[in-house]
Design a protein. Sequence first.
Length: 182
Amino acid sequence: MNSRESRSILLALGDAWAEDGFKAGEAFATVLQTEAARALFTDASRNAIRERERGTEEWGAGDIKCAREALGLSQQALAEYLPWRSSRISECESGRRQVHGWVMDRIKTLELLREELIQIMYEECVHEGATKLVVELTDEEYLVSHPAGPVMPASTQRVAAAIVAARVEKETGVRPKIVIRA
């Protein structure tokens, strides 16, 4: 293996270990034999973390606010999901703070989960003839009823149910009832 191949492998390892946190990458770097290899690996880990925090695309104040509202989340609820202070959400939405790439990733993950849930609920109504959509009142109740499922705020589940109910009514003329389990 030549030095160019070694460098590529170390950079890839740095990126991978950055996903698990810098400490894991740093521990692995100590196993490497040369000081140059350790420095390269450590730099690659740090750069991967910085790049992930910076993000490859820019989200503006309006983007984060619209995404949050489309998910049915208050600033406090999004802050708890991230976890951040709600004041940081407010600062991002007002443009006083930059939105990091990992925050955008978490929001995009919630959007994907919401879309999957919409598809599941829709299929239950249209293909299985369900006449009601059952949703949870609180995040705690959602977690109890879906212990193995992904973490999703209960308010996002309720937004998904409202979208499905409107879509089913438009297509079939019958609106399924949304039942909030208390």
